[in-house]
Write a protein that binds this ligand. Structure first.
Ligand SMILES: Nc1ncnc2c1ncn2[C@@H]1O[C@H](COP(=O)(O)OP(=O)(O)OP(=O)(O)O)[C@@H](O)[C@H]1O
Ligand SMILES: Nc1ccn([C@H]2C[C@H](O)[C@@H](COP(=O)(O)O)O2)c(=O)n1
Length: 219
């Protein structure tokens, strides 16, 4: 019986981490953890508490009443399902006040590490291969050109019928998010496998990754 492994994934905003590795996890029966949802849910809590986002102490105090869980593959904040709510624009507007705070990152890193109790997990984010799971069996850094990511997000918004869908605004938002992520420590780990999917269909990336996981399971 092959032994399941731990897979850690980092990558740039909108590069395809969720769509790609959710599909991989479903195909091979692994647990999928998207750590971005935790930061989004915590930002929502701060919004609901009407916190002054320039006041770090208030944000840090909110950690004491932050309960995040995933039930039936849906993120829950203090017991309430928030899957759609945490994808709304106000979250992105305020999240950059939250993610740089060391005490917030320390809290999240501890929780994200504790979620992975052995093989059979795929965890994605921005500091998983470098901080949360530095000893993961397989580390992947997923990236795409800004153009490719903006086109995908634009097309996704069209499909979803999102109004005021503007390519240039999306492109600038991606550039800004990259800037903040790199400031927060996003980088390709020396021992991570770089996958640039700018011109690779998602199904091909899924298959490449599954082949690699199966190879490592057999070792
Ligand atoms: N290889 C690919 N080719 C074309 N489109 C892709 C590819 N991978 C992902 N996509 C599409 O790109 C869009 C963004 O993907 P996704 O939301 O998974 O990115 P992400 O890295 O999780 O984003 P974020 O960092 O914002 O959470 C989605 O519409 C997804 O279907
Ligand atoms: N481990 C992580 C995961 C996410 N973030 C930041 C990056 C974004 O600003 C925000 C939401 O992540 P997304 O849902 O877009 O993947 O949280 C981080 O700093 N560390």
């Amino acid at each position: 019986m092959n032994k399941k492994i731990i897979v850690a994934v980092d990558g740039t905003a909108g590069s395809g981490k969720t769509a790609t590795f959710n599909a991989v996890a479903k195909k091979i029966g692994y647990e999928f953890i998207d750590t971005g949802l935790m930061y989004r849910a915590f930002t929502l809590l701060c919004i609901e508490l009407k916190i002054d986002f320039t006041n770090k102490e208030q944000i840090i105090d909110a950690l004491n009443i932050f309960d995040f869980s995933v039930k039936n593959s849906k993120p829950h904040l203090n017991g309430k399902e928030v899957e759609k709510r945490i994808q709304e624009n106000d979250i992105v507007e305020f999240i950059n006040y939250v993610t740089p705070i060391p005490e917030v990152r320390k809290f999240m890193i501890k929780a994200q590490r504790a979620m992975v109790t052995g093989g059979g997990y795929i965890e994605i984010g921005r500091d998983i291969t470098t901080v949360v799971l530095p000893d993961a069996d397989l580390k992947i850094y997923l990236d795409s050109s800004v153009e490719a990511r903006a086109k995908r997000r634009f097309n996704q918004n069209e499909r979803l019928g999102i109004k005021n869908n503007n390519f240039e605004e999306i492109k600038n938002s991606i550039i800004n998010r990259d800037e903040q992520d790199f400031k927060n420590g996003l980088k390709k780990a020396d021992d991570a496998w770089l996958i640039d999917n700018s011109n690779i269909p998602i199904q091909d990336v899924v298959n490449m990754v599954i082949d690699k996981i199966k190879e490592l399971e057999g070792k």
